[in-house]
Design a protein around this ligand. Structure first.
Ligand code: ADP
Ligand code: MG
Length: 239
């Protein structure tokens, strides 16, 4: 189980997260739902070890991992899909997905995960992961790499943003695959219909957990309590 215990994060004298408590149990799927600026990506960075909390702890199976960095956490099976996908000039999709052949997978596995993210292997395996791919294509390729890794924990920061209307089915396929291989999913989103696809949700606003529970209930609360909130205006456009 991955746990955030009493996590607070301040930067430049501003409190971004306040007393965050979250528990992610093995094999379950969770969403962190909230408007822009709520602190969702900051939570992802704290889980991945990109930044350290100002107060509080990160625990993995009761071990304190607060001081471990990204590489050490990756070795423990924690992965992050960044909100903004990266570019890797001069590296092909196949090289990227297999870590230059270091990952013990065969072409069949690469084909399978590319199919799940909606990219035909034959069209993409020799493409370069650079500017020639769109942001949405790079995001799909990063998602495919997480599927190939079969991590213990997959933190997906807005996997649906930057994708087109097929995103909903794509998220269904990804959640189905990760459930099958036993990965715990932490899906960050500001779309309630995406949050509904997970077992449990945390609704975060203003750096605090406002509500937690079964996703259906949290989404109902979010719609009821936040329908007229100015923070949520303009959020249906994918930004
Ligand atoms: P979300 O992912 O929910 O949109 P973020 O976690 O990216 O929100 O950011 C939460 C708040 O913290 C925002 O108001 C953002 O401007 C602020 N913030 C994030 N990182 C920094 C930073 N390094 N310095 C100052 N403010 C930051
Ligand atoms: Mg964010």
């Amino acid at each position: 189980m991955l746990v955030l215990r009493n996590v607070t994060y301040s930067t430049d004298g501003r409190k971004i997260l306040e007393n965050i408590n979250m528990r992610f149990k093995e094999g379950m799927s969770y969403s962190i739902l909230g408007p822009n600026g709520a602190g969702k990506s900051t939570i992802a960075y704290i889980l991945m070890g990109v930044i350290k909390p100002s107060e509080g702890k990160v625990l993995l199976d009761e071990r304190d991992i607060t001081d471990l960095g990204i590489t050490e956490r990756a070795k423990l099976g924690i992965t992050l899909l960044w909100q903004e996908p990266a570019r890797y000039d001069g590296i092909t999709v196949e090289e990227y997905l297999t870590l230059g052949g270091k990952l013990n997978v065969d072409t069949r596995d690469v084909k399978e995960v590319l199919e799940i993210v909606g990219l035909p292997y034959e069209l993409y395996c020799h493409r370069f992961v650079d500017r020639s791919l769109s942001g949405g294509e790079r995001k799909r390729i990063e998602l495919a790499s997480i599927l190939l890794l079969k991590p213990k924990y997959a933190i997906l920061d807005e996997p649906d943003s930057g994708l087109d209307i097929t995103a909903s089915e794509l998220i269904d396929r990804i959640l189905g695959y990760l459930k099958k291989v036993g990965t715990t999913v932490i899906l960050i989103t500001h779309h309630e219909e995406i949050a509904k696809k997970t077992d449990f949700s945390y609704f975060v606003c203003g750096g605090k957990v406002v509500r937690k529970g079964f996703s259906d209930e949290v989404v109902e609360y979010y719609k009821r309590a936040c329908g007229k909130c100015p923070l949520l205006e303009g959020m249906s456009d994918g930004h």
